[in-house]
Design a protein around this ligand. Structure first.
Ligand SMILES: [Zn+2]
Length: 479
């Protein structure tokens, strides 16, 4: 299992597209020299970045760069992408006609379904694990009933109730109005809601660089930041004593504490000239994990129940903190407004579809244990198109679009994707419970929740907000 997972990880980690080698059919280069994007994260983020220039009410035309990224993504999912353009700066690639110009290699073969072979390899390893788990005999059961503790069918219908809601049409109409053009499939990543402040990022970076020159300084400021959220000084100091800040090699992460003598580690990347705003925003997200880890371990009275119901719930804590990054800098209380609701709703709509495709693929694998990589590819294309046609085509167009199958998680993190929408659903319900709370009341509500321990998700929600996991609260905000 470890070997196949590591192989999938390596495959994804090197899946770069050299954007400066892409050409339109009339030979133009759209992306700057040296731009190399990792699929799917960087491709998606670059696509999102091009919503910046499109302002409200000004009719715009289709963006050439976004269209080209969309084309590249489809080539990857369909495995029509020429093998030689993956992580290779030499050849010139015309994604529309799929033509390749290369000085060195003459072969113009498509990637030989490697993407799907990696998934099959993991499935085959998982089948060997199955033999040792008589009471949870499939990876699907272990993932949903075992780890997440919500059956797959329940999650499936929860997601469908949001993506089939009438609210989708309302938000889509609003986006269409703002863009001033017909919607395109990649508008599932529309990034124009002003959920984040309108503040200038450079000015914020100047401030965060000055405030956080190195990890040690960040560590010393944690207690103070917690008090701005409402934690009492003594409590804030006690929590922060268990958090250690260290430099990270990647973008950053939180490393949980497992035993009572261990710190929770916040790993963050700080450049020599100090922490820029993007880095700060990520560090605050990670700090949300750390604070949850400390409270749910050190303040939970029964060790065997320490922790939280599932991964989604620690993401929720991280989102709660991240949404208050400016408040932590002393800019006053940050609350949700209509733009936040629209932004969150549209994000859920996107990631729920992506998750359903992942979940259905795994069901298909167990139904077809002898499948080849080519058969799996065809099945995924069919599943992605089916979900698209039912819930996305009506507002975004393009029948049989396979965009929902682009996430790399599908290849290297089996059935992980549903954790994201679950995290967002919980976050929204908690945010709603926090809406009228400020200062100490806010901190006390937060702390009470994360002391509940590793209950089942539904029982945790019942004790936290007196209701079940539900998409109704967000649906009610979109009218
Ligand atoms: Zn996180």
């Amino acid at each position: 299992m470890t070997e196949t997972m590591a192989a999938a990880e390596n495959y994804i980690a090197d899946y770069n597209i050299c954007m400066d080698r892409l050409r339109t059919e009339d030979g133009r280069q759209l992306f700057p020299d040296g731009m190399k994007l990792l699929s799917h994260w960087n491709l998606r983020d670059e696509l999102k970045a091009h919503y910046k220039g499109q302002s409200d009410q000004v009719p715009s035309t289709k963006d050439e760069k976004q269209e080209m990224i969309y084309q590249v993504m489809q080539r990857i999912v369909r495995q029509e992408i020429p093998q030689e353009v993956i992580n290779n700066h030499e050849p010139i690639w015309y994604p529309y006609s799929n033509k390749v110009e290369s000085q060195k290699s003459k072969v113009e073969s498509r990637e030989p379904d490697t993407r799907y072979q990696k998934i099959l390899d993991i499935f085959h390893a998982m089948q060997q694990v199955d033999a040792y788990c008589p009471n949870m005999p499939t990876g699907i059961i272990r993932n949903f009933e075992g780890d997440i503790e919500i059956p797959a069918a329940e999650i499936d219908s929860l997601f469908r109730s949001l993506i089939s809601s009438g609210q989708v049409k309302i938000v889509a109409a609003e986006i269409k109005n703002r863009l001033g053009r017909e919607l395109r499939p990649y508008d599932i990543w529309y990034d124009g809601f002003k959920a984040r402040s309108g503040m200038d990022e450079e000015a914020l970076s100047a401030e965060t660089r000055k405030r956080f020159p190195d990890p040690i300084t960040y560590e010393k400021k944690i207690a103070g930041m917690l008090t701005t959220l409402g934690f009492q000084k003594e409590n804030a100091e006690e929590i922060s004593r268990h958090i250690v800040v260290e430099p990270a090699r990647g973008s950053g992460h939180a490393w949980p504490c497992m035993g009572h003598n261990e710190p929770s580690r916040l790993r963050t990347r700080i450049a020599p000239e100090g922490m820029d705003y993007k880095g700060y925003n990520i560090a605050v997200h990670e700090m949300g994990h750390n604070v949850e880890e400390v409270i749910s371990l050190y303040k939970m009275d029964y060790y065997m129940l320490h922790g939280i119901p599932n991964t989604g719930f620690t993401e929720t804590s991280a989102f709660l903190f991240q949404a208050r990054d400016l408040q932590l800098l002393g800019y006053g209380k940050q609350t949700m407004n209509r733009e936040t609701f629209l932004d969150q709703f549209w994000g859920m709509y996107e990631i729920m579809g992506v998750s359903l495709v992942d979940m259905q693929m795994w069901q298909w694998l167990y139904d077809h244990p002898k499948a080849t990589a080519a058969e799996l590819r065809e099945a995924v294309l069919e599943i992605a198109a089916e979900v698209w046609n039912a819930y996305y085509e009506p507002v975004l167009g393009e029948k049989d679009c396979v965009l929902l199958a682009i996430y790399s998680h599908m290849v290297n993190s089996p059935m992980y994707l549903p954790n994201y929408p679950i995290g967002h659903i919980v976050q929204f319900q908690l945010e709603q419970a926090l809406a009228d709370k400020e200062g100490l009341a806010w901190a006390e509500a937060y702390e009470r929740w994360y002391r509940l321990g590793r209950l089942t998700p539904q029982e945790w929600m019942r004790q936290a907000v007196n209701g079940a996991l539900s998409v109704q609260p967000i649906l009610q905000q979109i009218q």
